[in-house]
Design a protein around this ligand. Structure first.
Ligand code: NBP
Length: 477
C-alpha cells in the first residue's frame, strides 16, 4: 500500500492548487482532491511531477490517503461550499482529525463550524491566507485560528510554506475560534482603505495636477522608495505604466471605472458598527466602491449636477502634498483597523497579539509594507496601546504631514474631486485629538426630545431638564 500523505488539499482552483504545490515543494507528501475530477487530472498533468502528490477521485479515497491525525486543507469557494465539504468529510473522519478552512470565510461561520466539528470530535481551524495566486505558490501570509493543539500539528508545514521576512515566518497562531478569519477580514478591510487612498491620490494627480497615467506611474515608482514603500504602491506604478495593446493608450484609461467587491471590506465595516469602533477609512472605501458601481446614475448626474470650474495647478508642492496626505491617511486607516482588532480581541477573549499581526503582514500578503515594521515596534513597546496615533513615531509622522494633508483636502474640495478616504481620515484625526467635541449638544437635543438624560461635567449622575415645562433640572440617576 502506498505511503500515506502528511496533508491533503481539497479544492484545486487557483488558491488550492498553488498552496498544494507550495507544500509539496517543501518535500511534504500531499493528497489532492477536487469535486470535479477533471480539475484534479489537469492539476496532475501540469504539476504532478513537481512533488510527492497523491491524486484522489472520491472523498473516501482522499481521506484514506492521509496519515492520522488527518490534516485536510479545504480551499473551496467561501460560504455554502465549505459547509458542503465539511458535511461530506465528517462521517469519514476519526476523532482528532483536523479540517482547515483556508478560504475567505466570514468569521461567525468559522465560530459555528468550530462548534459543529467539535461536537463530532473533529478539530476545526479557520485560517486566513493572503497573497493571491503568487503568494499561495511562493509564500503567503498565513493567519491560523483555532485550537492551539491542532495548530501544533500543522505549524511546521504552515511556517515552512509562508513568506519570510528577515528569516521570520509570516505565520503565527492568531487565536482561538474565529480569530484567524477575523484578522484576515480586517487585513482585507485595510487593503480596501489602502487601495482607495491610492485611487484618490491618482484622481488628484490626474484632475488637479493635470498629469497623465505614465507620469503618475513614475511618481508612484518614486514614492515606493520612501515611507510609502509597499507592494500596492509598487504595483500601482506598474499598472499606470502599462500601455493598452489594442489602442496604444494607457491601459487604465480604457478600464471601466466600476470596482467590485467580494464582501470582506463590507464585513469589516459591519463588524466595526457592531463593536462601536470608528472605522472611517475602510468604510469610506467600501462606500466608494458602491458609488463607483452606480455608473449609469453617475453618467446622468455628470451633466446635471454642478461642480466648480476646473482650474488645474500642477506644481511640485502639490505632488508632494498628495504623498504626505496619502501617508497620513494610511496611518489613520491602520490605526483604525488595529483599534478594531483590539476591540474584537477584548470582546471575544482572543488575546490577539497585535504586534504579531503587523509582523505576519510584512511579507506575502497584499498589504505588505515597510511601514508594518513601525507598527510591530509600537506594539512591542506598548502591547495595550489604544491607538497607534499615540506612539511617538506616528504622532510625529502625522504632525509633520498635517499641513500638506489639509492643503490637499482643501484643494480637492475647492476643485470638486471626491476624496472620501483622505477627508474622513483627517476628520477622524481632528475628532480624535479633541478633548471636548460637540457631543454635549447631541446629548442636550436627545434629552430635549426623548428624555434620554445627560451627564454634567461638574457632578456625578444622570440629569434631565424639563425643557418644555418649567425648564428645571432633575437628577435621575
Ligand atoms: P473559488 O473561490 O473560485 O472556488 C472554486 C473551488 O471551490 C473549486 O475547487 C470548486 O470545485 C470548489 N467548490 C465549489 Br465552487 N462548490 C463546491 C462544493 N459544493 N463542494 C466542493 N467543492 C466546491 O477558488 P479560489 O479563487 O481558489 O479561492 C478559494 C478560497 O480562497 C476562497 O475562499 C477565496 O475567497 C480565498 N482566497 C482567494 C484569493 C485569490 O486571490 N483568489 C486570495 C485569498 C483567499 P469544482 O472545480 O468542482 O467547481
Amino acid at each position: 500500500m502506498a505511503e500515506k500523505s502528511r496533508i491533503g488539499v481539497t479544492g484545486l482552483a487557483v488558491m488550492g492548487a498553488n498552496l498544494a504545490r507550495n507544500i509539496a515543494s517543501r518535500g511534504v507528501a500531499v493528497a489532492v482532491h477536487n469535486r470535479t475530477t477533471a480539475k484534479t487530472e489537469q492539476f496532475m498533468a501540469e504539476h504532478g511531477s513537481e512533488g510527492d502528490f497523491t491524486a484522489t477521485e472520491s472523498v473516501e479515497d482522499f481521506v484514506n490517503a492521509l496519515e492520522r491525525p488527518r490534516r485536510i486543507i479545504v480551499m473551496v469557494k467561501a460560504g455554502k461550499p465549505v459547509d458542503a465539504v465539511i458535511e461530506e468529510l465528517t462521517p469519514l473522519l476519526d476523532q482528532g482529525d483536523i479540517i482547515i478552512d483556508a478560504g475567505n470565510s466570514h468569521f461567525p461561520d468559522t465560530v459555528r463550524r468550530t462548534a459543529e466539528c467539535e461536537a463530532n470530535g473533529i478539530r476545526f481551524m479557520g485560517v486566513g491566507v493572503s497573497g493571491g495566486e503568487e503568494g499561495a505558490l511562493l509564500g503567503p501570509s498565513i493567519m491560523p485560528g483555532g485550537d492551539p493543539e491542532a495548530y501544533a500539528e500543522v505549524e511546521e508545514i504552515f511556517t515552512a510554506i509562508s513568506a519570510k521576512v528577515d528569516d521570520t515566518p509570516c505565520c503565527v497562531h492568531v487565536g482561538p475560534g474565529g480569530a484567524g478569519h477575523y484578522v484576515k477580514m480586517v487585513h482585507n478591510g485595510i487593503e480596501y482603505a489602502d487601495i482607495q487612498l491610492i485611487a484618490e491620490a491618482y484622481d488628484l494627480l490626474t484632475h488637479v495636477a493635470g498629469l497623465d497615467a505614465p507620469a503618475i506611474g513614475k511618481i508612484f515608482e518614486e514614492w515606493n522608495t520612501g515611507d510609502l514603500e509597499s507592494f500596492l504602491i509598487e504595483i500601482t506604478g506598474k499598472v499606470l505604466a502599462k500601455t493598452d495593446e489594442k489602442t496604444g493608450r494607457p491601459l487604465v484609461d480604457v478600464i471601466v471605472d466600476q470596482a467590485e467587491q467580494k464582501g470582506t471590506g463590507r464585513w469589516t465595516s459591519q463588524d466595526a458598527l457592531d463593536l462601536g469602533v470608528p472605522l472611517t477609512g475602510i468604510t469610506e472605501a467600501v462606500f466608494a466602491r458602491t458609488l463607483s458601481s452606480l455608473r449609469d446614475e453617475r453618467k446622468a448626474a455628470s451633466t446635471t449636477l454642478a461642480g466648480p470650474s476646473p482650474a488645474q495647478k500642477a506644481d511640485e508642492q502639490l505632488v508632494d502634498d498628495i504623498r504626505q496626505a496619502l501617508y497620513a491617511s494610511k496611518v489613520v486607516a491602520y490605526a483604525q483597523g488595529f483599534a478594531q482588532m483590539r476591540a474584537a480581541s477584548i470582546e471575544n477573549d482572543w488575546d490577539l497579539k497585535l504586534g504579531d499581526m503587523a509582523t505576519i503582514w510584512r511579507g506575502g500578503c497584499i498589504i505588505r509594507a515597510q511601514f508594518l515594521n513601525r507598527i510591530r515596534d509600537a506594539y512591542a513597546e506598548h502591547p495595550d496601546l489604544d491607538n497607534l496615533l499615540m506612539v511617538p513615531y506616528f504622532t510625529e509622522a502625522v504632525a509633520t504631514a498635517q499641513d500638506a494633508w489639509r492643503r490637499v483636502v482643501t484643494v480637492a474640495t475647492e476643485q470638486g474631486v471626491a476624496i472620501p478616504a483622505f477627508s474622513s481620515s483627517l476628520s477622524y484625526y481632528d475628532g480624535y485629538r479633541r478633548e471636548r467635541g460637540p457631543a454635549n449638544l447631541i446629548q442636550g437635543l436627545r434629552d430635549y426630545f426623548g428624555a434620554h438624560t445627560y451627564r454634567r461635567i461638574d457632578a456625578e449622575g444622570a440629569f434631565h431638564t424639563r425643557w418644555a415645562q418649567d425648564g428645571s433640572e432633575v437628577q435621575t440617576g
